[in-house]
Design a protein around this ligand. Sequence first.
Ligand code: HEC
Length: 108
Amino acid sequence: MKTLLLLFQLIIFCSAPALAGAAKKAPAEENAQKLIEVLGCMGCHKIKGVGGSLAIDLTLVGNGKSEEQIRAQLTIDPASRKKGFMPNYQSLPEKDLRQISTYLYNLK
Ligand code: HEC
Protein backbone atom coordinates (compact mmCIF):
# COMPACT_ATOMS: atom_id res chain seq x y z
CA MET A 1 0.00 0.00 0.00
CA LYS A 2 2.76 2.36 0.97
CA THR A 3 4.64 1.61 -2.25
CA LEU A 4 1.54 2.36 -4.27
CA LEU A 5 1.17 5.73 -2.58
CA LEU A 6 4.82 6.49 -3.24
CA LEU A 7 4.36 5.55 -6.87
CA PHE A 8 1.42 7.95 -7.20
CA GLN A 9 3.42 10.73 -5.61
CA LEU A 10 6.24 10.08 -8.01
CA ILE A 11 3.90 10.25 -11.02
CA ILE A 12 2.39 13.53 -9.83
CA PHE A 13 5.79 14.96 -9.05
CA CYS A 14 7.09 14.11 -12.52
CA SER A 15 4.09 15.36 -14.46
CA ALA A 16 3.79 18.70 -12.63
CA PRO A 17 6.37 20.57 -14.73
CA ALA A 18 4.71 19.34 -17.93
CA LEU A 19 1.30 20.53 -16.75
CA ALA A 20 2.68 23.89 -15.68
CA GLY A 21 4.44 24.24 -19.02
CA ALA A 22 1.26 23.59 -20.96
CA ALA A 23 -0.64 26.30 -19.12
CA LYS A 24 2.10 28.87 -19.49
CA LYS A 25 2.20 31.08 -22.57
CA ALA A 26 5.27 31.14 -24.75
CA PRO A 27 7.45 34.19 -23.99
CA ALA A 28 7.18 35.43 -27.59
CA GLU A 29 3.40 35.34 -27.43
CA GLU A 30 3.36 37.12 -24.10
CA ASN A 31 5.73 39.78 -25.41
CA ALA A 32 3.58 40.31 -28.50
CA GLN A 33 0.49 40.84 -26.35
CA LYS A 34 2.37 43.32 -24.20
CA LEU A 35 3.63 45.22 -27.25
CA ILE A 36 0.16 45.38 -28.78
CA GLU A 37 -1.15 46.78 -25.51
CA VAL A 38 1.63 49.31 -25.01
CA LEU A 39 1.62 50.49 -28.64
CA GLY A 40 -2.11 51.14 -28.49
CA CYS A 41 -3.13 48.99 -31.48
CA MET A 42 -6.45 48.37 -29.79
CA GLY A 43 -7.22 52.07 -29.79
CA CYS A 44 -8.23 51.47 -33.40
CA HIS A 45 -8.39 47.70 -33.90
CA LYS A 46 -10.46 45.05 -32.18
CA ILE A 47 -8.75 41.82 -31.16
CA LYS A 48 -10.96 39.02 -29.87
CA GLY A 49 -13.79 41.39 -29.10
CA VAL A 50 -11.71 44.01 -27.29
CA GLY A 51 -10.70 47.35 -28.78
CA GLY A 52 -11.81 50.15 -31.06
CA SER A 53 -13.77 50.25 -34.29
CA LEU A 54 -11.76 52.83 -36.23
CA ALA A 55 -10.00 50.13 -38.24
CA ILE A 56 -10.43 46.51 -39.30
CA ASP A 57 -10.82 43.79 -36.63
CA LEU A 58 -7.46 41.97 -36.45
CA THR A 59 -8.70 38.71 -34.94
CA LEU A 60 -8.94 36.95 -38.30
CA VAL A 61 -6.29 38.95 -40.17
CA GLY A 62 -4.28 35.72 -40.64
CA ASN A 63 -7.00 34.27 -42.86
CA GLY A 64 -6.38 36.82 -45.58
CA LYS A 65 -2.74 37.69 -45.07
CA SER A 66 0.51 35.81 -44.58
CA GLU A 67 2.75 36.51 -41.62
CA GLU A 68 5.02 38.41 -44.01
CA GLN A 69 2.15 40.58 -45.29
CA ILE A 70 1.07 41.40 -41.73
CA ARG A 71 4.66 42.32 -40.86
CA ALA A 72 4.79 44.59 -43.92
CA GLN A 73 1.64 46.42 -42.80
CA LEU A 74 3.40 47.65 -39.66
CA THR A 75 5.99 49.72 -41.47
CA ILE A 76 4.07 51.17 -44.42
CA ASP A 77 4.44 54.90 -44.88
CA PRO A 78 1.07 56.38 -43.80
CA ALA A 79 1.08 58.62 -46.87
CA SER A 80 0.80 55.59 -49.15
CA ARG A 81 -2.19 54.09 -47.32
CA LYS A 82 -5.82 54.31 -48.33
CA LYS A 83 -6.74 55.27 -44.79
CA GLY A 84 -3.58 57.00 -43.72
CA PHE A 85 -4.06 57.26 -40.01
CA MET A 86 -2.36 54.06 -38.89
CA PRO A 87 0.99 55.02 -37.35
CA ASN A 88 4.21 53.69 -38.79
CA TYR A 89 6.08 51.34 -36.45
CA GLN A 90 9.36 51.43 -38.35
CA SER A 91 11.30 52.39 -35.22
CA LEU A 92 10.52 49.06 -33.53
CA PRO A 93 13.21 46.38 -33.50
CA GLU A 94 12.67 43.72 -36.18
CA LYS A 95 12.27 41.10 -33.44
CA ASP A 96 9.25 42.94 -32.01
CA LEU A 97 7.69 43.44 -35.44
CA ARG A 98 8.07 39.70 -36.08
CA GLN A 99 6.59 38.74 -32.73
CA ILE A 100 3.57 40.98 -33.30
CA SER A 101 2.93 39.65 -36.80
CA THR A 102 3.43 36.01 -35.79
CA TYR A 103 1.02 36.50 -32.90
CA LEU A 104 -1.63 38.15 -35.10
CA TYR A 105 -1.21 35.55 -37.83
CA ASN A 106 -1.80 32.73 -35.36
CA LEU A 107 -4.96 34.22 -33.81
CA LYS A 108 -7.17 32.81 -36.58
C1 HEC B 1 -4.75 55.27 -35.18
C2 HEC B 1 -5.39 54.04 -35.51
C3 HEC B 1 -4.55 52.79 -35.67
C4 HEC B 1 -3.62 52.27 -34.78
C5 HEC B 1 -3.19 52.83 -33.44
C6 HEC B 1 -3.15 51.03 -35.37
N1 HEC B 1 -3.75 50.81 -36.57
FE1 HEC B 1 -3.50 49.20 -37.77
N2 HEC B 1 -4.71 50.03 -39.18
C7 HEC B 1 -5.39 51.24 -39.05
C8 HEC B 1 -6.05 51.55 -40.30
C9 HEC B 1 -6.90 52.77 -40.58
C10 HEC B 1 -5.75 50.48 -41.20
C11 HEC B 1 -6.14 50.38 -42.67
C12 HEC B 1 -5.04 51.03 -43.46
C13 HEC B 1 -5.26 51.10 -44.96
O1 HEC B 1 -6.37 51.32 -45.42
O2 HEC B 1 -4.25 50.94 -45.68
C14 HEC B 1 -4.92 49.55 -40.45
C15 HEC B 1 -4.42 48.35 -40.96
C16 HEC B 1 -3.74 47.42 -40.23
C17 HEC B 1 -3.36 46.10 -40.71
C18 HEC B 1 -3.72 45.53 -42.07
C19 HEC B 1 -5.04 44.83 -41.93
C20 HEC B 1 -5.60 44.33 -43.23
O3 HEC B 1 -6.10 43.20 -43.25
O4 HEC B 1 -5.52 45.05 -44.23
C21 HEC B 1 -2.69 45.48 -39.71
C22 HEC B 1 -2.12 44.07 -39.72
C23 HEC B 1 -2.63 46.41 -38.60
N3 HEC B 1 -3.27 47.57 -38.95
C24 HEC B 1 -2.01 46.13 -37.41
C25 HEC B 1 -1.83 47.07 -36.40
C26 HEC B 1 -1.00 46.85 -35.23
C27 HEC B 1 -0.29 45.56 -34.90
C28 HEC B 1 -1.02 48.01 -34.52
C29 HEC B 1 -0.24 48.33 -33.27
C30 HEC B 1 1.18 48.09 -33.31
C31 HEC B 1 -1.89 48.94 -35.22
N4 HEC B 1 -2.34 48.35 -36.38
C32 HEC B 1 -2.21 50.20 -34.79
C33 HEC B 1 -5.42 52.02 -37.91
C34 HEC B 1 -4.62 51.86 -36.79
